[in-house]
Design a protein around this ligand. Structure first.
Ligand SMILES: [Zn+2]
Ligand SMILES: [Zn+2]
Length: 284
């Protein structure tokens, strides 16, 4: 019974071609990876060619990677008070969804949005409205996953309740889900540093957002303290979140089937290998 497949891996690089991210994942012993389907710093790119799509799918089939998750561009802000940015965000996210569909990627993680000089409630409403615009009349298999954020600046998503409101206001709920980031929730004030705090956080998440709607976990340690509201990832065991918390996560039956992705600071993909080995070693 011990050798169950643990869905564990890291965000891997697409430089040199999308399929390269899968090969990199294989080389570090990953069973799940996260990728950008295009440069994370660009709004739009030219469409994927048939050859690129085939190469990606064939590489995937030959690999040990069970789940591939996409992360959207950092430029996208569905809650932006600037009309031109809002419009570009909608079009850009539509294009990213198209790419996920073409590549058979089931999940696209997004940061919900930031309100800048507007206000929280307006922003939250706008995000839901725009998600419906993007998802309506689409028979997409790819779900958009709203990520929990650290709440840096005016970023929405640092309280589970905010994500719940966005979700509730959407009509296209069956095309939505959530992604939980350990660094983000810790810096947002969810104290997962103790067993009691961890349990309470998972219970809160379960009660407010539903564990059945949780499709991805980002495993990151945090450079900054609890409630610092800063988004600074650290390598596992070297930040403010104790190793014990990662052991709780790796052994939590409720989270067993959810892909876990490292987004810790590394110089090259190979550096993830030791963190993967360490996290696997925590599984009892
Ligand atoms: Zn993350
Ligand atoms: Zn982050």
């Amino acid at each position: 019974m011990k050798e169950k497949t643990i869905l564990l891996g890291a965000h891997t690089s697409i430089s040199g071609g999308l399929y390269k991210a899968i090969e990199e994942g294989d080389s570090i012993g990953a069973t799940a990876i996260q990728i950008f389907t295009k440069s994370s710093r660009s709004w739009f790119v030219k469409e994927l060619t048939e050859a690129e799509i085939i190469k990606f799918k064939e590489t995937h089939k030959k690999s040990k990677i069970k789940v591939i998750i996409a992360h959207s561009s950092y430029l996208i802000n569905l809650g932006s008070p600037k009309k031109d940015i809002e419009k570009k965000s909608i079009l850009s996210l539509k294009q990213e969804l198209d790419r996920c569909e073409e590549l058979d990627i089931p999940y696209l993680v997004i940061h919900p949005g930031a309100y800048l000089d507007s206000d929280e409630q307006t922003c939250i409403k706008q995000i839901s409205k725009n998600l419906d615009i993007i998802l309506k009349n689409r028979t997409v298999k790819t779900k958009i996953l709203l990520e929990t954020t650290a709440g840096q600046g005016t970023n929405i998503g640092h309280k589970f309740e905010q994500l719940k409101t966005i979700y509730n206001n959407c009509e296209e709920k069956d095309k939505l889900g959530f992604c939980l980031d350990t660094c983000h929730i810790f810096s947002a004030g969810y104290d997962i540093s103790t067993e009691l705090g961890y349990e309470k956080t998972i219970k809160d998440f379960s009660k407010i957002l539903g564990l059945k709607n949780l499709y991805a976990i980002h495993l990151n340690d945090s450079k900054t303290e609890l409630n610092s509201r800063k988004d600074r990832h650290e390598n596992i065991g070297q930040g403010k979140i104790p190793k014990k918390t990662f052991s709780l996560i790796m052994n939590d039956k409720r989270l067993e089937k959810i892909p876990k992705i490292l987004e810790t600071p590394v110089e090259k993909t190979q550096d993830y290998e030791k963190e993967i080995v360490f996290l696997k070693s925590l599984v009892k």
